[in-house]
Design a protein around this ligand. Sequence first.
Ligand SMILES: Cc1cc2nc3c(=O)[nH]c(=O)nc-3n(C[C@H](O)[C@H](O)[C@H](O)COP(=O)(O)OP(=O)(O)OC[C@H]3O[C@@H](n4cnc5c(N)ncnc54)[C@H](O)[C@@H]3O)c2cc1C
Length: 396
Amino acid sequence: MPTPEVIVVGAGPAGATAAITAARRGAAVTLIDRARFPRDKTCGDGLTALALTELDRLGMSPDHLDSWVPVSEVVLRSPSGRNVDLDLSPTGHRRVPTGVVRRAELDQALVRLASAEGVRVLTGGAVTGVSPGSDEITVTLEGGGRLSADHLVAADGMWSPTRRHLGLDTPGYRGEWHAARAYLPVDTDAARRMWVWFEPDLLPGYAWSFPLGGGHVNFGFGVLRREGLRGSEFAATWRDLLSRPHVAEVLGGPHPETTMRAWPIPARVTRAPLTGPRTLFVGDAAAVADPMTGEGIGQAMETGRLAAEAIAGWSLLGPTAVARSYRRSVRRSLLADHRLAAGLSRLMTSTTVTRAALAVVDTNDWTRRNFARWMFEDYPRAVLATPRRWSALVPN
Ligand SMILES: Cc1cc2nc3c(=O)[nH]c(=O)nc-3n(C[C@H](O)[C@H](O)[C@H](O)COP(=O)(O)OP(=O)(O)OC[C@H]3O[C@@H](n4cnc5c(N)ncnc54)[C@H](O)[C@@H]3O)c2cc1C
């Protein structure tokens, strides 16, 4: 059987997972990123159960990464000011479903694993052009070099230059969420607990403090992008959040001098192009982040794996069969969860609804434990509506 040749553009979690999986399934893979690793990525650094499961599939554990903190205590603050403590301690066969690790470390570890699996890794130079042909697809590299392959996996993030080169961009699209974060030193118990603040003025968005090794937290907030949201307004919200007494108390005092980094989060997989000529879009380039929480690392890795599996399984029948298989598997894996999360996010714009929902969550130990597991994707979002996944509902 001929070896499929694959170019992956973008070496974040989506691209690295696609490259590793395709190489393991026998493809000749080139992974290209304009950045050199380790590179920073503006992110909350939180790994959901979905991301941890995808890391397991790759045989990679975050345990050896310096900043990794597994999290078993989460506090949600309702818009009414009530704190709901969630216990995520491992029970039965289930491990802690969430943890935090700096993206600079995680992404570098994934790129190293790709290299160890035989992937040709080219970093420090952007892809500047993409030309699909009838027998292959060709990318132009910064500096003028060209590379061709049977298939392209576009894992080049929110602004996906590949999408633009192929003429598949939606003019004016700037993502569903706008989010910002900074690393702050703390000497409070925020160094081991996760905090999520559902502030009335952010709904359905929220602010967070996620613990990291070395006495730091990733602090940030995300809001739905709306017409006319201005940078100055966003920066004012940032400063204001840090000075709110309940936030400052958790962080051990105000951090007025902090500079934040902001970036959009695309969460509209039902409307974004998943495929183009000889091309499969994955991760943020396919807008697969969760519309309710904005989490996208797990979905990026999952779509990267699905793209590689579609290429490995269907390449012999040509790019149309590969594209069809990929669209089908994304539909099957993500669409029901995505639609449900989008509906819940719409409901959570109401302070009353969010307050009532968190009151229900706080009813008893079972609701607190299982809501936390559902929130961190240990149970698929739409688990009740998808009977084939009811095996995930193991009572504990
Ligand atoms: C503030 C914030 C907080 C977040 N918090 C969380 C969280 O806690 N948990 C979570 O799961 N998700 C979170 N997300 C979402 C998450 O960061 C993304 O969904 C995730 O990074 C998507 O991964 P990716 O591999 O698709 O893209 P990326 O990680 O963006 O990687 C894309 C890569 O493509 C490369 N690239 C781009 N253009 C080119 C080019 N022309 N040539 C070559 N390479 C190119 C870039 O250099 C980059 O390395 C957050 C996002 C934001 C903005």
